[in-house]
Design a binder for this molecule. Structure first.
Ligand code: GUN
Length: 283
């Protein structure tokens, strides 16, 4: 069993981005990311802080907009319009979830697709479906990097994605398909779940339930990637996979924390760099 070191893989990605950023700066271009956070959700605040830190590490210009919990849709829309028209900003990210009086979909649709470094806009989602894209969604792209880091070949392998969210499950399945895996998606209505998951050479868990995946759901020698960010019975951060129960059955497994989490942010940096290049007609 090998534990995949997400921090190390993420550092490689960020170092590459940093090098490219230095080259861009010599041409007078500094990649810029705007991060919007509405309200005071503690988990979102941690994510946003980590995103700002990563921008600093990569040499990006970053601006944070911390808006009051009772910000109106009109105010949020006006900010997005302003950022869409701001040439110093190449990427715009609005941290989700938003307070319930605000509409996630309206926000996603309002961000200029060329600045949509989350790849949540329908234009970018469609581009991913076709396989002709500028940005990959950060978490699924990070999972692909982790799988690549193992050297395990995907072609013809059975991959099972647990979870069908727009942010992770659905695009995840598409990226695995692009690399010629045979892909199955499971969800809360799936029958005979463990029969399906225990046939997977690659198992990606994105269900949002603490320690949900047990050893009897995993094939001997599988690569197991845990996208979960949950709390266990003691309030401790854990994943969707019961790591201690499952680890000995895996050829490779990601820990939580230190697996997928750092990769999501590294891929956001990569997307912001790509956005800066496209908007300046480079490559
Ligand atoms: N909330 C949880 N994950 C994400 C993400 O990748 N992007 C944004 N904008 N919000 C999130």
């Amino acid at each position: 069993m090998n534990i995949i070191d997400g921090k190390a893989v993420a550092l490689n990605v960020k170092n590459q981005v940093k090098l490219e950023c230095e080259a861009l700066k010599k041409k007078g271009i500094t990649p810029g990311l705007a991060v919007i956070i509405v309200g005071d959700d503690p988990a979102s605040q941690v994510y946003v802080r980590n995103k700002e830190k990563a921008c600093e590490e990569c040499g990006f210009h970053s601006v944070k907009y911390a808006l009051d919990a009772n910000t109106t849709q009109q105010e949020l829309n006006a900010l997005i319009d302003e950022l869409n028209n701001d040439d110093s900003i190449n990427g715009i990210l609005c941290q989700l979830p938003l307070p319930s009086h605000l509409d996630d979909k309206e926000v996603i649709n309002r961000i200029d697709p060329i600045k949509d470094v989350d790849a949540f806009h329908p234009v970018n989602v469609g581009a991913i479906m076709i396989g002709d894209y500028n940005f990959l969604p950060c978490t699924p792209a990070g999972v692909m990097e982790l799988i690549h880091s193992t050297g395990v070949e995907l072609e013809g392998k059975k991959a099972v994605v647990m979870g069908r969210s727009n942010i992770v499950g659905k695009p995840m399945a598409m990226l695995l398909l692009h690399e010629n895996a045979t892909v199955e998606i499971t969800h809360s209505k799936t029958k005979n779940l463990s029969e399906i998951t225990s046939d997977a050479d690659i198992l990606v868990a994105a269900v949002g339930k603490a320690k949900f995946v047990k050893a009897d759901m995993v094939k001997q020698g599988a690569v197991v990637i845990d996208v979960g960010m949950d709390r266990d019975e003691n309030g401790k951060l854990c994943g969707d996979v019961d790591f201690e129960d499952v680890k000995e059955k895996c050829s490779y497994i990601t820990p939580v924390p230190g697996g997928v989490g750092p990769m999501t942010i590294a891929m956001l940096m990569k997307n912001t760099l790509t956005a800066a290049k496209i908007q300046n007609n480079i490559e």
